[in-house]
Design a binder for this molecule. Structure first.
Ligand SMILES: [Fe+2]
Length: 408
């Protein structure tokens, strides 16, 4: 003897599955399979609304007398779909499902047919539609009044009619499935929007990176212009970069990734603020007046200002701002001393001073390497950090003075 089904228990289990399953088609197939396995019907079919084509398609069907999935499509003008969309209240007919039994009953009820002259025609069309689909009962699934799917059930194998409990069960199941479909669609929609948003963010980031790169190149060309203005006759910036990087390596600065880029940019751009210093001051042979000296000193602040739009290189602006601070606190602009001065600024100070000394300037001849090295030693502890000077000396040894000279 077949056990009596606990429909409430089945619904509870089905609800749990619906929450878990994100793919509506998979969920509907599970429902069709379940009804086919547990309920004594000749066949079960499930139709789902296809938004893009505005039609209902067979997602799955089970049972011997089933209509194969994909074979039948119901458009929104189909009498069955229209019936469930309009949801009219007609005496003796449930508006929550359509069954052959109810339709046949209504068609033989002269009183009901007399009240509604068009009803016979409509019910006849509806009955024919159910016959074509081989359905004894058709149950709609709504979400917020929107018809999202249909559950079609063939006759029961024992020839009996569906009980009220079974019909209630099918309605609840169909409406729960409709809700799960809608939730899955929201979920997909949310994922799509998320993906779109991520793509937009990536695009904005790449545009921003391009903009930053263009600005960086402009600032770099300004820095080269400064080199020319400053009467450097050799490739001062490139030499300063080589010396600075090697010195940083020697003091054990971690130069992996961004920090290396920051140091290189600082070494290249440290004097870019001199673009605003008049040539007459830059190339003056004699002593600068107080006003001229003030303008000259201002190049560190101007440089930091020029770099302000380079948001990726905020640290570079800070390093440039302090590349004329002295180790004993006697430098400018803030009189920082010792470790208060960023280490990169202390490196720039040493290599820039050294390379300036070994370069010919319009107002003086270059010092020899040994003279310049002596000068650095002399200014250690006052102007320069002793650790950086020591590292610089070993960097010079490793690079080799000849190579430096050849590159100049
Ligand atoms: Fe400078």
């Amino acid at each position: 003897m077949k056990k009596k089904l606990d429909y409430q228990q089945i619904l509870r289990m089905a609800s749990k599955s619906m929450v878990r399953v994100k793919d509506p088609r998979r969920l509907l197939k599970m429902i069709a399979r379940y009804i086919d396995r547990e309920i004594n019907v000749k066949h079960t079919s499930i139709l789902m609304y296809e938004q893009a084509k505005k039609r209902y398609i067979f997602v799955d069907s089970k049972g011997d007398k089933r209509i194969p999935a994909g074979l039948v499509r119901l458009d929104i003008e189909n009498p069955l779909i229209q019936w469930f969309t309009r949801r009219e209240k007609i005496p003796a007919l449930s508006k929550d499902f359509v069954s052959c039994k109810e339709i046949c009953g209504a068609l033989s009820d002269k009183k009901i047919l007399a009240e509604e002259p068009e009803l016979r025609k409509r019910l006849t069309v509806l009955r024919r539609e159910l016959e074509v689909l081989r359905a004894a009962v058709c149950v709609p699934g709504y979400y917020k009044g929107e018809l999202l799917g249909l559950l079609m059930l063939g006759e029961k194998k024992n020839g009996r009619n569906f009980s009220d409990e079974e019909l209630d069960f099918f309605q609840t199941l169909a409406n729960d499935a409709a809700m799960a479909i809608k939730m899955a669609a929201y979920h997909d929609d949310l994922l799509d929007r998320n993906r779109e948003l991520e793509e937009k963010v990536k695009l904005i980031e790449s545009l921003r990176a391009k903009e930053q790169e263009i600005y960086y190149q402009i600032v770099l060309s300004l820095a080269r212009e400064v080199d020319t203005k400053d009467s450097y006759t050799n490739n001062h910036l490139e030499q300063v970069e080589i010396l600075g990087l090697k010195t940083a390596e020697e003091i054990g600065l971690d130069l992996e990734g961004r920090r290396r880029d920051v140091l290189i940019a600082s070494l290249r751009l440290h004097d870019v603020g001199k673009i605003g210093v008049p040539d007459g001051i830059l190339k003056k042979r004699g002593k600068l007046t107080k006003e001229e000296w003030a303008l000259m000193k201002d190049h560190v602040k101007k440089g930091a200002e020029i770099l302000e739009p380079l948001t990726d290189f905020r640290d570079v602006a800070k390093i440039i701002m302090h590349h004329h601070e002295n180790y004993d606190g006697s430098g400018y602009p803030d009189g920082l001393k010792g470790e208060e001065i960023p280490v990169e600024s202390r490196i720039v100070a040493v290599v820039d001073a050294f390379h300036a000394m070994i370069s010919d300037r319009c107002y003086r001849k270059a010092l020899s390497f040994n003279e310049a090295l002596k000068e650095l030693k002399r200014a250690t502890k006052k102007q320069f950090d002793p650790k950086i000077v020591t590292a610089f000396f070993s960097a010079i040894k490793k690079i080799g003075l000849k190579q430096l000279s050849a590159a100049s």
